[in-house]
Ligand binder design. Structure first.
Ligand code: AMP
Length: 218
């Protein structure tokens, strides 16, 4: 089983590339953003606090996200899967160290870190045009990636779509600033460990998928 981390700013295409690995190669995606959005739908004590933090574009506490991730990894243990893609985790150095420890305890390691690099202006345009299948959470874009059949999700055939609350210009800018300050240092961290490979996220979606498959040797 392979453990793969996607690092890239919001809107770099991490979610879209996960769809390809899930649909065609039996990977499981762990999107911490998605797990948090699910948490906001519950009536847990944390729900409204999490919602506020996410709406502002900053990060929830390491303590909370580490706990959510650990639960997810335990749940996936011994399931017949080809690999896990970490989408949106780790997002800072302390989370990176936490993930290493968690995987070590499960007798696993990080096999690949793939940086999806892309210019800020491109992701701002992408995020402003992003919409999501309400059912399976697949990502689409008004500008770059519409469903093959109008208003029908390519993956689950659902026909309800929604926007993310944090995809508005102010919050987008603050999410990108947070990425530069806290997440970008991971690129040096994993480069030093010699497990980081880079793909050009501004290429066509299929081309990016091809590059990723080459790196993963699948
Ligand atoms: P995403 O769906 O990955 O863009 O994440 C949406 C939001 O969830 C982020 O802007 C953060 O507020 C929060 N979030 C997701 N993953 C993490 C994480 N690993 N650490 C802290 N906050 C996170």
């Amino acid at each position: 089983m392979k453990n793969v981390i996607f690092v890239g700013p919001p809107g770099s295409g991490k979610g879209t590339q996960c769809e390809n690995l899930k649909t065609n190669y039996g990977f499981i995606q762990i999107s911490t953003g998605e797990l948090l959005r699910e948490e906001t739908q519950s009536d847990s004590q944390d729900a409204s606090e999490i919602k506020k933090i996410m709406a502002s574009g900053s990060f929830v506490s390491d303590e909370l996200i580490n706990e959510i991730l650990a639960k997810r990894l335990t749940f996936l243990q011994n399931k017949p899967i080809s690999g896990v893609i970490f989408d949106g985790y780790p997002r800072n150095l302390s989370q990176a160290q936490n993930l290493e420890k968690l995987l070590l305890n499960l007798g696993q390691k990080i096999d690949h870190v793939i940086e999806i690099s892309i210019e800020r202006e491109v992701v701002i345009k992408r995020l402003k045009g992003r919409y999501i299948c309400s059912n399976c959470k697949a990502n689409y874009s008004k500008y770059y990636k519409k469903p093959k059949i109008e208003d029908v999700c390519d993956y689950c055939k659902g026909s309800n779509f929604t926007f993310r609350e944090d995809d508005n210009e102010n919050v987008i800018n603050s999410r990108l600033d947070t990425y530069d300050k806290l997440t970008r240092p991971l690129i040096d961290y994993y480069t030093e460990k010699k497990i980081l490979k880079q793909v050009d996220g501004s290429s066509y979606m299929d081309e990016v998928s091809k590059q990723i498959c080459l790196i993963l040797n699948i």
